[in-house]
Design a protein around this ligand. Structure first.
Ligand code: FAD
Length: 265
């Protein structure tokens, strides 16, 4: 199978760098084709701006979504964006590996998403009407592909537990897992979090690699997170609110998982 690793860390000799190298060799040894987008090494342009809109003239108001739609449809996007879209289309699974920086992904990775996820590619796909708000959340260009986050962080596991001071990890990652991954169609696997990174030594690194290997081995077989699809009846039209009989009375982010028994956090 084809596996794409989107990797965001500025230092190849970091823990993240070592985990990237481990993942590449492990996946290749298992017979997969592997491609890596090493965003810092590529000097990825992280800001979406007028330079991404060939043909745009400054006498008009710059509308990023409109320009994205125009350049995507006309096949005149910047080559770095097209190349990353082609990698996504090639991939059967995509692993996003990054350190948690300020409770989210590093800015360079956010910029990769903003630029590569073009209008017509990752959003604005399918019919848009009162009764069908696009092919998204379970449908879309990336449907059928699997995605997994691999996130390192300084905080302890307990800090990210349901009652932890940082907020629960599932909630913190929700905008990425549900918004960035599930929205354009990915089947999303549970994340692989690595806590307390400053305490990693050779012994713990081995343990992490062993757990990471198991997760990589399950990339195409593990049960995904059961996010509710938008267009299969769970959400009321046109408000797109969850039907009142599903997860009744709850308003937490967990209601978007189709496991009625999941308790509120
Ligand atoms: P490194 O610093 O490279 O390494 C960590 C440890 O692993 C070191 O002890 C190192 O010796 C060891 N190591 C590295 N490679 C190996 C190897 N091959 N074998 C054995 N040991 C090895 N944390 C949070 O929890 N929440 C946040 O919101 C958050 N925000 C941050 C914001 C910023 C701007 C920054 C800089 C950090 C933030 N952190 C946060 C901490 C951050 O998530 C961690 O520093 C990061 O995940 C560690 O990953 P690294 O690859 O940089 O590790």
């Amino acid at each position: 199978m084809n596996v794409l690793l989107i990797y965001a860390h500025p230092e190849p000799r970091s823990l993240n760098g070592a985990l990237r190298d481990f993942a590449v060799s492990h996946l290749q040894a298992a017979g997969h084709q592997v491609n890596v987008s090493d965003l810092y090494a590529m000097h990825w342009k992280a800001v979406l701006d007028t330079a991404d809109a060939p043909g745009y003239t400054a006498d008009e108001r710059f509308n990023p979504a409109v320009e994205s739609q125009r350049t995507f449809a006309a096949g005149i996007q910047p080559p770095d964006i097209e190349a990353e879209q082609a990698k996504l289309l090639w991939a059967d699974a995509v692993v996003f590996q990054f350190p948690l920086w300020w409770f989210s992904m590093p800015a360079i990775l956010k910029g990769w998403i903003e630029r590569v996820y073009a209008h017509g590619f990752a959003y604005g796909v399918g019919e848009h009407s009162e009764s069908h708000w696009g092919d998204r959340y379970g449908q879309g260009t990336l449907a059928g592909k699997r995605a997994m986050l691999v996130v390192t962080m300084g905080g302890w596991e307990s800090h990210y537990s349901g009652r932890g001071v940082n907020g629960g990890l599932d909630d913190l990652l929700f905008p990425i897992q549900h918004g960035v991954l599930f929205y354009p169609g990915f089947t999303v696997l549970a994340p692989f979090p690595i806590y307390k990174t400053h305490k990693v030594d050779a012994k713990r690194f081995e343990q992490i690699c062993s757990s990471y290997a198991a997760r990589l081995d399950g990339l195409f077989t593990a049960q995904p997170l059961p996010f509710r699809t938008q267009n299969d009846g769970d959400y009321e039209i046109p408000a797109l609110t969850l039907r009142p009989d599903l997860a009744p009375g709850r308003h937490d982010l967990g209601i978007h998982l189709s496991v009625e028994a999941v308790p509120p956090k």
